[in-house]
Design a protein around this ligand. Sequence first.
Ligand code: FAD
Length: 462
Amino acid sequence: MAEFDVDLFVIGGGSGGVRAARIAAGHGARVMVAEEYRMGGTCVIRGCVPKKLFVIGSHVRQELTDAAGFGWSIPSATFDWPTLIANKDKEIARLEAAYTANVEKSGARIAKARAVFEDAHTLRLSTGEKISANVVLIATGGAPNHGAAIPGLEHVISSNEAFHLEQLPRRILIQGGGYIALEFACIFAGFGSDVTVVYRGDNILRGFDEDVRSHVRSEMEKEGITILTGCTVTGVDKHGKEYTSHLSNGSSIASDQVMFAIGRHPNVANLGLEKAGVAINPSNGGIAVDHFSKTSAPNIYAIGDVTHRFNLTPVAIREGHAFADTVFGKRPVQVDHADIPTAVFSQPEVGTVGLTETQARAQFSHVDVYKTSFRPIKSTMSGRDTRVLMKLVVDGTTDRVVGCHIVGDTAAEIVQAVAIAVKMKATKADFDATLALHPTAAEELVTMRTPTARYVRDEAAE
Ligand code: FAD
């Protein structure tokens, strides 16, 4: 009789957990996955996928308006929120079923239950079942932060609820300056809501390139979104169906919905981690892991958002795959976390890979910056007041392109391809040797010949 019920027990059926379970089962392991909510996890159920569907739907407004300049006259269009929600729910249910089927097809067993540790090798399920496992993978993801306990916090929704609102709010206040806050701001504005963004810092998109931050802000403001920086929501009152948000700057704002998107925390609470000997990383609150995603307990691993490293779906998937190959495939794989491309699906969207100008200047003695901002060809006829930003950051010593930042339609699609070149350590000369594809916005990436700024660090002054 086998010493353990299963070779691998995966806690969490999200992006990372599902990939790890399928690959480990493919390597011949006996695998069980516990999921307490819905298979697919955050990305599929209440993250990337429904968010992108909302982005696509809300962008139609701009397409309709822009059409006039090209000769189209469209009778006044109407939008039905319940239809959007119902169709989105149908698609998410389809994906959830596909995730379930794929895990089962791989030979892994799914337990629709919450799992917690009894000890390093024993899991207790909310169904009452106890399972012993040789190896355990924690892939429990993260959840929205609620922030400080302000009066009226119970009236505030997070992105989780934003996907299920019964009606489109006529006015919405969103607190937060990160990608989730801005994506929802643009989504609601696109569907016709009056949107106010409140952010405590001096500008939105902290951590992004400074030019990207100011460009996105000005583009969102041009679309009618109010962005208030340097203040926070200190309380929310409810009167009937309306809310009044009180701000730290002394003003107050009325709206029909108040949403906070002020960061996410790893799901580490009440998992029994202490009983299993799994330590938390004090610097980020996630589970502490080594380069192979191994925790402080020798038979327990953790991947994805619960480690709070790079909270993105492709990262969780890559980490899950690497874990399964390392532990069950006899092929040790470390995930390379450098040059991860990311996007903000604001309108216009952001695509970025590599270093910001600030990071590059801190790292390299010589930095060349190539930057351009221009009216996209479509707006010459649509009349839309919008500009595209493209920026390349180059290590002036090696000529290597170390950062690419784009704001504009399809920026994310463009950057996915540029990321290959950056990962391959392409130089600016390689970009220059590539012929332009005309007429596109992306051709600017290979036609920017003269640096807009050139920085040489004064070593003597340091
Ligand atoms: P998750 O996908 O969160 O899965 C964890 C699973 O574990 C959940 O299903 C949860 O129910 C389950 N669970 C937790 N505790 C237990 C337990 N004790 N027992 C059983 N089950 C448990 N990333 C991108 O790359 N691109 C995007 O555009 C993007 N957009 C996003 C938009 C929003 C609004 C949000 C919230 C996130 C977005 N993300 C995006 C981030 C992405 O969703 C996450 O990085 C990704 O889902 C992490 O995968 P994971 O496997 O670590 O965790």
